[in-house]
Design a binder for this molecule. Structure first.
Ligand code: ASP
Ligand code: MG
Length: 421
């Protein structure tokens, strides 16, 4: 008998039929003799709908009230799920984030978990009950207020609970069969990955793989939680995310997979005086609006005029405030202008085998060249190579690199439902 945390996303509990199907799945696990803690997201697009509603009423909803509103979504699904399970003659009790002991800091909308005291969850398990916990929410001890963990935060709730309860595994149920070597909606020959290291998964998630949220993976890595990503629509084995899956005996694969991202924009500060301290000035300003920079590239500008262009990428939604700020400080920085490009796509190749295998970059760039892809920016880590290209070339680029590393499967990937989240 083991203790299993099962997390079900919004697309798995989209409607009454979905809730009953998920309840069935939980009851199966319980009847197999396991202790089960369930973390559930809001039904379907509930969170988006509530957000829209708030914005129909006011332009700038108060963060505290927005968290009160959004946490209602998970309360609905947790209660309905508990009812469905009880109807199958299995004991179940639902708990809000605060009842489950999810303590967070006070940052409404993006709170961080600071401690988990799942006393009531343990009591429920001791009583033989399934415990259902609302994902994505917690409370702050000092303010006494309800908080949310940021979009997609239910994954983090599940992993944090699994860590606090020393669960044997944290199963993340979603609408695909696991983690794929690339987004199966774009690369139809993408292959399901059986095991992947937490380190590789962190890189994939950080560079656009949407199947798992980065903070959840960070948490799992820090506390050694085993994650099993699998489909709620089938019983197939999904993908296991382990700390050290390749061991000593098994040869590690050179590359694990590819991530893609079209959520970023590129900003170029043109004609920056090429003297010490200018980059520092620019990035201090960028940091002051808490922009999340990704890649940074500096090029000498065409003419020999003592000037340079500095480009960086950041989430599209953050570009405007950064550009406004840099423009307002043009007098001090002395740059000639700013250009802004929303039509970029980023492709990242990830694999821990890159550390020990030469020639990965050669294969990668050859594949891109043969597919006629123009590379605009490059960045690397020990286990990753990323490039930026035109957004409309991204799919072609992904397919080319995917084939070059022989990741293609003969069977087409099954996508059961949903939108990738
Ligand atoms: N319902 C929240 C959201 O849509 C949390 C989650 O789904 O994990 O972001
Ligand atoms: Mg959701």
């Amino acid at each position: 008998m083991s203790l299993i945390v099962q997390k079900f996303g919004g697309s798995s509990v989209e409607d009454a039929a979905g809730i009953k199907r998920v309840a069935n799945r939980i009851v199966e696990t319980r009847k197999a003799g396991h202790d089960v803690v369930v973390v559930v997201s809001a039904m379907g697009d509930t969170t988006d709908d509530l957000l829209e509603l708030a914005h129909e009423i006011v332009d700038d909803p108060a963060p505290r009230e927005l968290d009160m509103l959004l946490t209602a979504g998970e309360r609905i699904s947790m209660a309905l799920l508990a009812m469905a399970i009880k109807d199958m003659d299995v004991e179940a009790r639902s708990f809000t984030g605060s009842q489950a002991g999810m303590q967070t800091d006070a940052a409404h909308g993006s709170a961080r978990i600071v401690d988990v005291n799942p006393k009531r969850i343990k009591d429920a398990l001791d009583d033989g009950s399934v415990a259902i916990v609302a994902g994505f929410q917690g409370f702050n001890r000092n303010t006494g207020d309800i908080t949310t963990l940021g979009r997609g935060g239910s994954d983090t709730t599940a992993v944090a609970l699994a860590a606090a309860l020393h669960a044997d595994v944290c199963e993340i149920y979603t609408d695909v069969d696991g983690i794929y070597t690339s987004d199966p909606r774009i690369v139809h020959t993408a292959k399901k990955i059986d095991v992947i290291s937490a380190e590789e998964m962190l890189e994939l998630a950080a560079h656009g793989a949407k199947v798992l949220y980065i903070r959840a993976v960070e948490f799992a890595r820090r506390y050694g939680v085993e994650i099993h990503v699998r489909s709620s629509f089938s019983h197939a084995e999904g993908t296991r995310i382990l700390q050290n899956p390749y061991g000593d005996k098994v040869e590690e694969p050179i590359v694990a997979g590819l991530a893609s991202d079209t959520s970023e924009a590129k900003v170029t500060v043109l004609g920056v005086p090429n003297v010490p301290g200018k980059a520092a000035e620019i990035f201090r300003l960028v940091a002051s609006v808490k922009a999340n920079l990704d890649m940074i590239v500096q090029n000498l500008s065409g003419e020999d005029d003592g000037r340079t262009d500095i480009s960086f990428t950041l989430p599209k939604s953050e570009a405007k405030s950064v550009i406004d700020l840099l423009s307002a400080n043009r007098g001090e920085i002395g740059h000639l202008g700013i250009s802004h490009d929303d039509n970029i796509g980023k492709l990242s190749l990830v694999g821990s085998g890159m550390r020990s295998h030469a020639g990965v970059s050669a294969t990668f760039f050859t594949a891109l060249a043969e597919a006629g892809i123009n590379v605009e920016m490059i960045s690397t880590s020990e286990i990753r190579i990323s490039i930026v290209t035109r957004a409309d070339q991204l799919a072609t680029a992904l397919r080319a690199v995917h084939s070059a590393f022989e990741l293609d499967s003969d069977v087409e990937a099954i996508v059961h439902a949903g939108t990738g989240r």
